[in-house]
Design a protein around this ligand. Structure first.
Ligand SMILES: *Cc1c(COP(=O)(O)O)cnc(C)c1O
Ligand SMILES: [Zn+2]
Length: 446
């Protein structure tokens, strides 16, 4: 195969190309966002069928080298073709389970609902998928003699957890900027445990984002937020992988919770590439689901994307998508236009009940995934998504990172919300009669 290569390319008219080891995050010519461009002519030397076989043969192929266990690096020619084996920093990310959700689907009047559990991952969220790519590229750049002292990010919790883990594994210092008191305990403890410099700032996420952009104007501090398009390259494999899990069948709908809007852009890009290279013969429709309290894209969708206005996001239980000024909005709108997309929103009440319904069906659902489930339910009720259609909801984090809101729900302590399925623990004397009576009462109430 001819030498594969990739480069940064400006997404605006100017379309300028830059080397992947340039320390830039936007186009130096016009200020536009960058994306990673791949040489499709070189990739097309393999047919779609040959790529499918190649990827299928690499499913969890071997433990050495460690990238053999990675869903991302099993597709490395499409992701980052020029990184050397020894610089790949992998924690066996990807190959996330794709589970049928029959019982939950029945609740939503959907016959063919699936959950892709991207939170079943090393640090507990899909952020691992992009971070392995970004940290590997930095490791390669350091090996090539670039002066990079640290990698930094602003985060609503999951980006910093992933960055801290991959940096610890790579031996590269990490700096994380978090909005003080606005992330869960589990998310805060991850960067602390991994030895990252953890800064709790008295602002919101958008404030942290502004500051980290200022900070990373210094070339020796590398930016790890998703405006760095290297992250998108890893995350786009979600789309390819889920087709692979359906034996290269394509679902009708893919529903994704959106905050900074990198992931919806990434998944769009994954489907686009799989389609262009002939692995799949059609593409799904995309739904971006936003919390009503942080819904700038939803509002823009209401006016046909003619206007986009950043907002001050209000508090939401879906704290990882509490973002009012999403960095990747233009890429997201492009993907939604390309894939006949929809933007739907979910209120706080809708999201907690969707989480509870999912938990009752055996999932353990984070509040962001709950926003996507609530949006799916609304679109099904409205007839936009039809009963027989195959729907995949992207579950973005592990529920264990968000136990605070579940605890409050089951104690009926969520302000302004009456919990419909609260199931608090019963405190009882340690006597068999009391236990038996409780079992009988519980059986009656079901
Ligand atoms: C980051 C994150 C999102 C949103 O992804 P974006 O790329 O910012 O739109 C959704 N859910 C969880 C759990 C996240 O950590
Ligand atoms: Zn440009």
């Amino acid at each position: 195969m001819a030498r594969l290569n990739a480069a940064f390319r400006c997404i605006n008219e100017c379309g300028e190309h830059y080397a992947l080891d340039d320390v830039i995050y936007t186009c130096p010519q016009c200020g536009g966002l960058l994306e990673v461009w791949h040489d499709l002519d070189a990739l097309q030397q393999k047919s779609g069928a040959e790529w499918r076989t190649c990827f299928d043969q690499r499913v969890r192929m071997r433990a050495q080298p460690t990238w053999g266990l990675s869903g991302i690096w099993s597709k490395r020619e499409w992701v980052l073709p020029e990184v050397n084996d020894e610089n790949i920093v992998s924690l066996a990310e990807g190959f996330a389970p794709l589970l049928p959700a029959g019982q939950l689907g029945a609740t939503f009047q959907l016959d063919n609902l699936w959950l892709k559990l991207c939170g079943t991952s090393h640090s507990g969220s899909f952020k691992d998928l992009g971070m392995t790519v970004l940290v590997s590229q930095v490791k390669q750049m350091i090996a090539d003699g670039k002066n990079i002292r640290a990698i930094a990010c602003a985060s609503t919790g999951d980006t910093s957890a992933a960055l801290a883990a991959y940096c610890a594994a790579a031996g590269i210092p990490a700096v994380v900027l978090l909005p003080e008191n606005k992330i869960s305990t589990a998310q805060l403890i991850q960067p602390i445990a991994h030895g990252a410099l953890t800064l709790a700032l008295q602002t919101d996420f958008d404030g942290c984002m502004r500051l980290v952009q200022e900070l990373t104007k210094r070339p020796e501090i590398y930016l790890a937020n998703s405006m760095n398009s290297l992250r998108i390259e890893g995350q786009k494999t979600i789309a390819v992988e889920l087709c692979q899990q359906f034996e290269w069948q394509v679902p009708d709908w893919v529903v994704i919770p959106g905050g900074n809007l990198g992931n919806i852009s990434a998944i769009g890009k994954g489907f686009e590439m799989a389609h262009q290279l002939g692995l799949i013969s059609r593409t799904p429709r995309l739904v971006c689901a936003q919390a009503e309290h942080a819904n700038p894209l939803y509002l823009s969708y209401q006016n046909g994307f003619r206007l986009f206005e950043a907002q001050q996001a209000k508090p939401t239980l879906a704290s990882a998508i509490r973002i009012g000024n999403p960095v990747s909005v233009h890429k997201a709108i492009r993907a939604l236009r390309q894939f006949d997309g929809i933007v739907e929103q979910a209120s706080e009440v809708e999201l907690v009940e969707a989480a509870s319904q999912a938990d009752r069906a055996g999932f353990f659902c984070c509040p962001q995934t709950a926003v996507a489930l609530a949006a799916t339910h609304k679109l099904a009720a409205r007839g936009t998504i039809q009963k027989h259609e195959r729907v995949v909801v992207i579950s973005t984090a592990h529920g264990l990172k968000f136990t605070d809101f579940k605890q409050a729900y089951h104690e009926n302590h969520l302000s302004g919300i009456q919990s419909q399925q609260a199931n608090p623990p019963l405190s009882l004397p340690a006597r068999i009669e009391d236990v038996l009576a409780a079992i009988d009462k519980h059986a009656e109430s079901r």
